[in-house]
Design a protein around this ligand. Structure first.
Ligand code: SF4
Length: 208
């Protein structure tokens, strides 16, 4: 822990932690203990990897493709299913609309329509990339908001596996987004939905 803090904040290994660093260390320790305790309650599972880099090319139009990349925070195997989990420092707003419980296509589509479900979108994106590399099999996807570590992993799609139909729909929607993005006849315009601006990384340069 001491080494991690020094390494992260680029301090000399001979320095002594003080002030805010000690607080960081204590918070990290608490989070780790709680997270491990949560894992203990869900054991057994087999860890496949952490911080796994994955990438795949998607041809969105004939002769036009993009490289999609992601880093999977955690992949583990339990109950004969791969589980992909994304750790979050902020809050995660997941879809809880009961009418979508048995409608994976609508469930996936909603992540393209509603920006507030960006955590779920990211989870689906990682699951999609995993399927591209490892072959399409249903997987469970989750997010782990560290501010609510006591709640443990929060699973997408009501804790059910995401089927191949779900990932096919994801690819279909993503392909459409990329086609629009690269279509020179469609100019870039500011969105009409100010809700989207709340989470936008380009707010400063956009001057919205
Ligand atoms: S801040 Fe600008 S670029 Fe970002 S979503 Fe809003 S309009 Fe689009």
């Amino acid at each position: 822990m001491d080494w991690s803090i020094k390494n992260h904040f680029k301090k000399s290994s001979f320095s002594v932690l003080e002030g805010k660093d000690i607080l960081h260390e204590q918070i990290m320790q608490k989070l780790i203990y709680k997270a491990v305790e949560k894992d203990r309650l869900t054991a057994p599972f087999r860890m496949i990897g952490t911080e796994m880099k994955v990438s795949s090319d998607l041809e969105f139009s004939p002769g036009k493709s993009v490289r999609l990349e992601g880093t999977l925070d955690r992949v583990h195997y339990a109950h004969e299913t791969v589980h992909i989990v994304d750790y979050k420092t902020g809050k995660a707003d997941l879809i809880s609309k009961e009418t979508l419980r048995n409608d994976i296509v609508q469930y996936v589509q909603m992540h393209f329509d509603e920006p507030r479900y960006k955590s779920g979108f990211q989870g689906l994106f990682y699951g999609y990339l995993w399927g591209k590399i490892k072959g399409n099999n249903p997987v469970k996807l989750g997010v782990y908001p560290l501010k609510k570590v006591n709640k443990g992993i929060q699973w997408l799609y009501f804790g059910q596996t995401i089927s191949i139909a779900g990932f096919n729909e994801f690819e279909k929607q993503l392909t459409q987004v990329l086609q629009d993005l690269f279509d020179e006849s469609i100019p870039f315009t500011q969105t009409d939905d100010p809700e989207r601006c709340r989470f936008c990384a380009y707010k400063e340069i956009c001057q919205r």
